[in-house]
Design a protein around this ligand. Sequence first.
Ligand code: ZN
Length: 278
Amino acid sequence: MATHAEIGVIGGSGFYSFLEDVTEVEVTTPYGKPSDSLFVGEVAGRRVAFLPRHGRDHRLPPHRINYRANLWALRSVGVRQVLGPCAVGGLRAEYGPGTLLVPDQLVDRTKSRVQTFFDGEPLPDGTVPNVVHTTFADPYCPDGRKAALRAAQGRRWDAVDGGTMVVVEGPRFSTRAESRWHAAMGWSVVGMTGHPEAVLARELGLCYTSLALVTDLDAGAETGEGVSHTEVLRVFGENVERLRAVLFDAVGALPETENRSCLCTHAHDGWNLGIELP
Ligand SMILES: [Zn+2]
C-alpha cells in the first residue's frame, strides 16, 4: 500500500527528496494539521514516512510546530518507530560542530507547548481521554538507540553514546548565562524540538530515537560571538549527506514492528486510555 509506513522520520526534505517513488500523503488529525504532508517511500526494504518537522518551506518555528498532529499522523499511517534527527548546540568543548550524539536523557525547559494527548479534552468523535501518567524515566527507545549507534559506527562516524539533551523554548538561542548553567548541570547538548516530540511519541506507544547533530558550540561553551543561524545551516548542510546515510542504515536495522519488546511498547500497561489510538 503506497500510503502505509512502519517507520517515521521527522526531519527536513534533505532526507527524502532524492528517493524514487515517494507518495505524498495528506493527513488530518483530531489535533489539526501536521507540519506538512507525509512523504512515504521505501528505504532499506522498509516503508518509511518522512515528515518535514518545520514544513517543507521551513515556515514553522519550533514553538509553533503541531507536535501532537505530527505524531498522531505518523501513527495513523501505520508508523510504530520514529527516528528524530535534529540540530543542536554542543554544551561541552569536545562536542564541536559535526558531532553526532544519540542522547539517552532529556530535560524539558520549554514553556508554552502542549505536551500530552491525555488532557481531558474530547476528541471530535466524542471520546474523552482519561487521566494517564506515562512512564518516561527513559525517554528514548533502547533498541532504536542501538540501531542508530551501530549505523553511525558502520559509516565511520564516532557517535556519542548517551548524554542529556536540554530542550529550550526558542526560537532565540541561549544567553551565555543560560548556556553556562546548562553545561554546569552536566547536560550535553541543547535543542529546540526534542520536546514534546519524545513524550508524545511515548504516549502513542511509538518508539522514538533522537539523533542530535551538533551544529555549533552553544553560547557559553565558547568564547566567540555566540550562535548564528547561518552557521547552523552551514554545518547542517555539510553533514546532511552522511546523516542521511546513517539514518537509512538505522532504518534497516530497526526491529520488525511486530517483534518489538522494548519499554516503549509497555508505556501504558495497566492504563485505560479512554481514547482509541489510530
Ligand atoms: Zn522502543
